[in-house]
Ligand binder design. Structure first.
Ligand code: FES
Length: 177
């Protein structure tokens, strides 16, 4: 008669199952907690689809969207955009960024210019050109509207990509394409 213990011990299997389940719960809880923390500290890739790049500050560091959106509605915030071009981002009334950015490069002779809040215009100090809020020419000698770029926000990162479609201000192919 064989009196040896059976190879499979049911109570041991139950313990193993409990250990497995406990380990799984601990691992998934830790992952749920650590993922957002890790994501916060690891900077996103600096280039994306369609030639998109991250908006950067004067030191070349990516600017989080929350930093721009902390400004009041109507703010025109300057960032370094495509090929380092200074680019205005616009804070909308809803507290989001406008999906249209305006390149700070006068179409007359390339001066940079400030936003005049009182007049609601971009006003070039070099030869007096004026542009409306969307970058259309109000007064020359600037011959063309300001260059546009696309703005998109993903996970607090601001992406700037080329505007290659019809210019909504002229309903024509953009002059810069
Ligand atoms: S460069 Fe802006 S008006 Fe001449």
């Amino acid at each position: 008669m064989n009196r040896s213990l059976p190879l499979e011990n049911p109570s041991l299997s139950r313990r193993q199952l409990l250990n497995f389940l406990t380990g799984s719960v601990v691992a998934s809880t830790a992952a749920a907690v650590l993922y957002p923390v890790a994501k916060y500290f690891i900077p996103p890739a600096e280039s994306g689809e369609g030639g998109a790049i991250l908006a950067k500050d004067i030191l070349g560091n990516p600017i989080p969207a929350s930093q721009i959106l902390a400004q009041p509605a109507g703010t025109r915030a300057l960032v370094a955009g495509l090929a380092g071009e200074p680019t205005y981002l616009i804070v909308k009334q809803e507290g989001t960024l406008d999906n249209m950015g305006i390149v700070d490069n006068c179409t007359h002779l390339g001066c940079t210019f400030p936003w005049n809040e009182n007049d609601q215009q971009f006003q070039c100090p070099c030869h007096g050109s004026r542009y409306s809020a969307d970058g259309s020419v109000i007064r020359g000698p600037a011959p063309l509207p300001l260059k546009l770029v696309h703005i998109a926000v993903t996970d607090n990162a601001i992406w700037i990509s080329p505007w290659l479609e019809i210019d909504p201000r002229t309903n024509e192919t953009p002059w810069w394409v």
